[in-house]
Design a protein around this ligand. Structure first.
Ligand code: GLV
Length: 374
């Protein structure tokens, strides 16, 4: 089989192989998807500055973050339900990330539990939602400590869920769902039959191991906490002495507050255009946040990254590290763990070419000067 050449090829393959409700969940954004599209378009519109004859025979993509050297400034961002995109999908993705020397971030609402993923040999960073059930949150922090997670990532931009029209259209059971599944025999065999249990592993303690997926979804809906404030950040900070990252910051004032609240890192993000539609793209927000944070903590960025060129663009706009979301999940849905490994190879090769042609031989050389501002 000819391998996909790009993330967009992986998207097409994932669309052909996944049940509709899973493809729509990963591909879609909120409302009219204005921000989802802006993320991609604004990033693509960033013009890189071509430089020549600068001896780019030795290019070093490695970078340090939270006391560790990573093979490149890229990680697999937390994506809920990603373990359903291939058999025990988060375990496969964690292994691919480990082999590539990049971090894997596990979502609270993953299919595989934190302990199952940690047992793969690559202990993930753990992403935590603020939930109403504070006992659950406290227990998850203890579990992340016990597993040895290198960082805890608090998602701040989901006090309420954004409306996702595509999810609503693809939802529901009955004959249509069965026809959808029957049309995807490869997925049905790989995940639906051999990938059981189909649950959200981290929630099994509170929902029940054999509960239907609908019960897990009901728990999530009952646990969105609109009362969440910086007080809860303090609460988490007091319980977690490792690296603490706040994810979902777009505004410079919020970024300053995050630093003041003891965050060790910030993810500049609009949740992949899945929350408030109409907000700025990450590409737009990033330079403002970078100016406000002024190097006090590292900045990670996500939303709209579909290539290694986009990674370099994010770094040029002020990020220190970039998280992939849809890009790795399309690959997981298309080809499982080998797909994730391959997409990481593609991204790495694309970063290298972009660095060679912008005359950068180290990640630290990529910055505002790498942008053609004319
Ligand atoms: C969850 O974080 C989602 O965006 O669906």
């Amino acid at each position: 089989m000819k391998l996909p050449a790009s993330v967009s090829d992986y998207r097409a393959l994932a669309k052909a192989r996944l049940p509709r409700f899973l493809f729509e969940y990963i591909d879609g954004g909120s409302y009219d998807e204005v921000t989802l599209n802006r993320n991609v378009e604004d990033l693509r519109a960033v013009r890189l500055r071509q430089r020549v004859l600068r001896d780019v025979s030795e290019i070093d993509l490695s970078t340090k973050l939270f006391g560790k050297r990573w093979a490149m400034p890229v990680g697999l961002g937390p994506v809920g339900l990603s373990g359903l995109y291939a058999r025990r999908g988060e375990v496969q993705a964690a292994k691919a990330a480990g082999a590539a020397g990049v971090p894997f971030l596990l979502s609270t609402v993953s299919a595989c539990s934190l302990e199952e993923v940690a047992a793969s040999g690559n202990v993930p960073w753990f992403q935590l939602y603020f939930v109403k059930d504070q006992g659950f949150a406290a227990d998850m922090i203890d579990r992340a400590k016990a597993a040895g997670c290198g960082a805890l990532v608090l998602t701040a931009d989901l006090p309420v869920p954004g409306a996702r029209y595509r999810d609503a259209r693809a939802a529901g059971g009955g004959p249509r769902r069965w026809m959808d599944l029957a049309a995807r025999p490869r997925w049905l065999w790989d995940v639906g039959i051999n990938g059981r249990p189909i649950s959200l592993g981290n929630l099994e303690k509170v929902v029940g191991r054999r509960a239907p997926l609908a019960h897990f979804q009901a728990w999530i809906h009952a646990n969105f906490d609109p009362s969440v404030s910086w007080k809860q950040v303090e609460w988490v900070r007091n319980r977690w002495d490792g690296s603490l990252i706040i994810k979902g910051i777009l505004d410079p004032d919020d970024a300053r507050q995050a630093v003041a609240s003891g965050a060790d890192g910030i993810v500049v993000s609009n949740h992949g255009g899945r929350q408030l539609d109409g907000v700025a793209s990450t590409a737009r927000a990033l330079p403002r946040v970078a100016e406000a944070v002024d190097g006090k903590v590292p900045l990670l960025a996500d939303s709209g990254v579909r290539s290694g060129l986009d990674v370099v663009r994010m770094l040029a706009l002020g990020a220190d590290f970039v998280l992939l979301g849809r890009a790795w999940v399309y690959a997981l849905g298309a080809r499982g763990g080998p797909g994730v490994a391959h997409v990481l190879n593609l991204i790495e090769a694309e970063i290298k070419v972009a660095m060679a042609l912008t005359g950068c031989t180290k990640i630290s050389e990529i910055g505002p000067d790498t942008i053609d501002g004319g």
